[in-house]
Ligand binder design. Structure first.
Ligand SMILES: NC(=O)c1ccc[n+]([C@@H]2O[C@H](COP(=O)([O-])OP(=O)(O)OC[C@H]3O[C@@H](n4cnc5c(N)ncnc54)[C@H](OP(=O)(O)O)[C@@H]3O)[C@@H](O)[C@H]2O)c1
Length: 368
């Protein structure tokens, strides 16, 4: 069974990687040109092969919009281009489509798009949640953080991804601080989640007040601005960033060598995956990740295709945790695994982790 996955640039860097000629052009102009561009087929994905010999192929279909444009334009205008991209994928034989980045955030997180799509739709958020929580816990293990006494801060806690991450993290930690801007939704979710989890649940609408409260931070916001500042982070903190566009400030990489930041949603794809650009034969489509890896939301779509699951798997903001566990198990069986840790375009190897721990010890000694 074949798949399609709807993509769009999440940053100006994404645009320039795809079209180097965009360098030097004003960002507002780029955003406007993109608004006028129709949907197109960007990449042909082949070589996804499981250890037990199953294979799938698919296409990345682009709905050209910058994230800010998607939030600003009338919803129907945005839906129309996403549906045009889905139609291109269905025309090529895809029987399921995943919604990348803001195409799964806009409006009701895929529900309306699924009603109008000729093929089943998934946001890919179930596997993103599983991968994000695993990534945060892997980072905590590397930084030797004692989870049982620690506070986790979830920024974007009422979202599709964030809310499920809160529930999955809660059994591991002493306290979870939930952060989002809409106070009513935040309090409603906090009251609901307190009935199901044993740990302490605290809420705030102020990111800068929340982040210093825990050494475990997970971000899953739909913000188009950087939210996490270097000065806010505790010594030796671990930050798992799921948000795309990125919401962890780039200055953190330079100013906080004692903090381990990791993009939480990157996965190694089984087989020998190729992401061939459709319009430029011979070139690979570079979406900013190392070869052989993909985002967890892309991976969820591939896993559903490998499993021949012709169903709209993950939709809307109320995530079914049973599906998170199921897709996590199916992905593992299909040979998908967490990619190596990575942040700010750099891989985090053992030497880097050791240096981060040493910097945290030094900072603690200096500020003690
Ligand atoms: N890495 C991957 O594989 C992957 C896969 C899928 C999605 N994503 C990314 O994950 C992120 C979240 O997706 P989602 O589907 O969960 O979105 P969502 O359901 O729209 O949730 C977004 C959350 O962020 C909060 N938020 C937005 N702006 C904020 C701000 N300035 N400060 C604090 N909180 C803010 C929202 O609450 P309020 O509006 O009340 O603030 C909400 O809780 C997006 O960036 C998406 O592109 C990544």
């Amino acid at each position: 069974m074949k798949f399609a996955f709807v993509i769009h640039p999440t940053s100006f860097d994404d645009v320039v990687r795809y079209e180097p000629g965009a360098v030097g052009k004003g960002r507002p102009l780029i955003a406007k040109i993109m608004e006028w561009m129709p949907a197109y087929v960007a990449a042909h994905v082949t070589g996804v092969r499981t250890p037990d010999g199953r294979e799938t192929e698919g296409w990345f279909v682009a709905a050209p919009f910058m994230p800010e444009t998607m939030l600003a334009l009338p919803r129907e205008t945005v839906y129309a281009k996403i549906l045009a991209a889905i139609d291109l994928g269905a025309g090529l034989g895809a029987e399921i489509v995943g919604l990348g980045a803001f195409t799964g955030v806009v409006g009701d997180a895929g529900i309306t798009l699924a009603e109008r799509s000729p093929i089943p739709v998934t946001t890919g958020n179930s596997l993103t949640i599983a991968a994000g929580v695993r990534s945060l816990l892997r980072g905590a293990h590397e930084m030797e953080i004692d989870l049982a006494t620690e506070t986790a801060v979830v920024v974007g806690a009422t979202g599709s991804i964030g809310s499920a991450c809160v529930e999955l993290l809660a059994p591991h930690v002493a306290r979870v601080v939930l952060v989002a801007r809409n106070r009513t939704r935040l309090e409603r979710f906090a009251a609901d989640v307190r009935e199901r989890v044993a740990c302490e649940i605290v809420t705030t609408t102020d990111v800068r007040e929340a982040v210093p409260r825990g050494r475990l931070v997970l971000t899953a916001t739909s913000s188009t601005q950087e939210l996490i500042e270097p000065a806010d982070l505790q010594t030796g903190a671990v930050v798992c960033e799921l948000s795309l566009p990125h919401d962890v400030g780039r200055r953190v990489a330079v100013e906080r060598p004692d903090v381990l930041v990791t993009e939480g949603g990157n996965m190694r794809v089984p087989g020998a995956p190729s992401f061939a650009r459709v319009r430029e034969p011979g070139l690979q489509f570079n979406f900013g990740l190392p070869g052989g890896t993909a985002l967890a939301c892309m991976s969820e779509t591939m896993v559903l295709a490998l499993e021949e699951r012709r169903e709209s798997y993950t939709l809307g903001r109320g995530i079914d945790l049973a599906k998170v566990r199921e897709i996590d198990a199916l992905a593992t069986r299909a040979g998908f695994e967490l990619a190596s840790m990575r942040a700010f375009e750099v891989e985090i190897d053992a030497a880097r982790i050791a240096a981060t721990k040493a910097a945290a010890r030094e900072r603690l000694r200096t500020f003690a």
